[in-house]
Structures are given as structure tokens and as C-alpha cells.
Design a protein around this ligand. Structure first.
Ligand code: NAI
Length: 211
């Protein structure tokens, strides 16, 4: 793998998709795939795929195509999926509970260690075997347990404050679901997730088809 220079967000966003398709191919017992077959399957042009992979030194061989397992493993390494990440969820409402109950993350190395709440009726309960702690102890817990990722599932108004507490405690990444783009220092990675953005663009495409 070539030493990484600055790679665009668009390329990084495509990497998990490449990996998902390669994973499916592996499960079907496919060991190699030509760039044109891969292009047809995933819906990007062969030249787009080549350009994306060239950011990391390129993985294919002229006239051979791609080795499915090798490419899957390389992409996993690029994304940092060879490690385990410790996570906390802030806010144990509908969304927080759904995330904690979605065990796929755990199998792929993203493990929820604790959940934090301000609602006294929820504190002390467990979701999927994971305890809900008092929000007052968030910073101490994150520091002590070297938590990597904080998942913000609080109400909108409390999202920035929770993010600041996580930042002060040395968190490495924030996965924010609250409907506000929270700010963090440059040292901390952040992904703001807005499902409604995806739904609203779907509405656009539905309406455009009827033009
Ligand atoms: P909810 O009202 O069921 O749960 C919010 C929970 O956060 C409550 O239990 C509340 O006590 C707790 N909370 C509030 N401030 C807190 C703090 N400072 N520390 C710890 N806990 C705190 O809401 P729901 O449905 O679970 O949604 C959670 C958030 O996610 C909301 O901001 C909502 O708008 C957003 N959301 C975002 C989606 C997305 O696509 N990004 C999809 C669905 C919800």
C-alpha cells in the first residue's frame, strides 16, 4: 500500500461500498473479478474504480483484474477495520436503543461499552445487556475506559454539549445522529448522519421521474 496523501471524502465514502460488494463476492466463492465486471456490478465506471484505488497505490493487475480477498483485506486495512473500537451511546431513547440492539456492529469490531442518560427512569436499566449510566459520569467513564467513539442520540438541544464533554474526555470520533451539525476540534473525526437527507433526495428523484 502506497503512503497515503490527502484523499477526498468522496473516495473514502465509496470504500465501504467496495468492501461490501467484495464481501458478497467472497461469500459466493468468487476469487477474482475483472475491472469491467466489477464496474457493472457496483455501478461505477472502470476508470472511476481505477482512479479510486490509485489513491492507495492501485490494486488490480493489467489483464487479471482484482483478487477479491486481497482487495477486501486491503480496503479493510485502509478503513481501519482490523481494530476494535470502543463506543458509548449518549441518549437511550428510540434511536439510542435501536443502535444498541443492532448487534451487527459488535461482530464487526464496534462494541458499545456503555450508554449515558439524563432521565433518572432509564439510568440503571440495561439494553441488550449494556448498562445505562448517569450522564454526569460520561467524561470520567470515557477517560478511564479509553473510549474511541461517541454516538450522539440526544435531543437536538443537548447534542453540542454532549459532544463537548466527549471531546474534553479525549474521544477520537463522533457519530452524530442529532439533527444539528455539531462542531468539534480538527483532531476529532466526525460524521453527522441525517437519514432525512437521504429521504428528501429520494423525494426529489420520485418527482423528477414524473416530469
Ligand atoms: P428520544 O426523545 O426517544 O430520545 C432522546 C433521549 O436522549 C431521551 O431519553 C433523553 O432523556 C436523552 N437525552 C437528552 N439529553 C441528553 C443528554 N445530554 N445526555 C444523555 N441523554 C440525553 O429521541 P430519539 O427518537 O431516540 O432521537 C434521538 C435523536 O436522534 C433526536 O435528536 C432525533 O432528532 C435524532 N434522530 C436522528 C435521525 C437521523 O437520521 N439522524 C433519525 C431519528 C432520530
Amino acid at each position: 500500500m502506497k503512503k497515503e496523501t490527502k484523499i477526498s471524502h468522496a473516495v473514502i465514502r465509496r470504500m465501504p461500498r467496495y468492501r461490501r460488494y467484495l464481501n458478497d463476492l467472497q461469500k459466493k466463492g468468487v476469487s477474482k473479478i475483472s475491472s469491467s465486471e466489477f464496474s457493472r456490478l457496483i455501478g461505477y465506471t472502470a476508470s472511476q474504480i481505477r482512479q479510486d484505488f490509485n489513491n492507495f497505490g492501485g490494486f488490480g493487475q493489467q489483464g487479471y483484474g482484482y483478487n477479491v480477498t486481497a482487495l477486501h483485506n486491503e480496503i479493510s486495512l485502509i478503513l481501519g477495520l482490523d481494530k476494535e473500537y470502543k463506543m458509548v451511546v449518549i441518549g437511550a431513547g428510540n434511536l439510542g436503543q435501536a443502535i444498541v440492539n443492532y448487534t451487527y456492529y459488535y461482530k464487526s469490531g464496534f462494541v458499545v461499552k456503555g450508554i449515558f442518560e439524563i432521565n433518572p427512569e432509564l439510568i440503571g436499566k440495561k439494553i441488550n445487556g449494556i448498562e445505562i449510566f448517569d450522564y454526569a459520569y460520561l467524561e470520567e467513564y470515557v477517560r478511564k475506559n479509553k473510549i474511541d467513539i461517541g454516538i450522539i442520540c440526544t435531543t437536538k438541544d443537548n447534542a453540542q454539549e454532549a459532544t463537548d464533554k466527549l471531546s474534553d474526555a479525549g474521544i477520537k470520533g463522533i457519530w452524530n445522529f442529532a439533527p444539528v451539525d455539531v462542531g468539534v476540534s480538527e483532531k476529532i473525526a466526525i460524521n453527522n448522519v441525517h437519514l432525512s437527507d437521504s429521504l428528501h433526495s429520494l423525494a426529489y428523484y420520485i418527482n423528477r421521474r414524473n416530469d
